[in-house]
Design a protein around this ligand. Sequence first.
Ligand code: SF4
Ligand code: SF4
Length: 92
Amino acid sequence: MYSVAEVDQEICGATKCRLCTQFCPEGNTILYDEVKGTAYVAVDRCKGCEICVGICDDLAKHHAIKMLPIDQVKNGFDISKVGFKRTLVDSE
Ligand code: SF4
Ligand code: SF4
């Protein structure tokens, strides 16, 4: 089991910050949802490097990103036995 980043959307959404999205070394992995006004992580692309955690904790000082075992991630994705599937629950 490996860990990926998860954004606390309540904490992040209370800021106007987008800082972490500029530092993730993986393209299109930590993204910004303009509708919700928060960052979120495409967990099937996240390599678990934890750079975004350091950016949010030490540079932005918002402490909104935690590393979670991939089977415990809940924001925005369903994890099934056949892979990852983006849910449309929040966007419809
Ligand atoms: S650095 Fe933290 S507060 Fe800023 S956008 Fe990323 S998750 Fe949100
Ligand atoms: S843990 Fe690394 S790869 Fe994953 S979202 Fe954060 S910076 Fe990107």
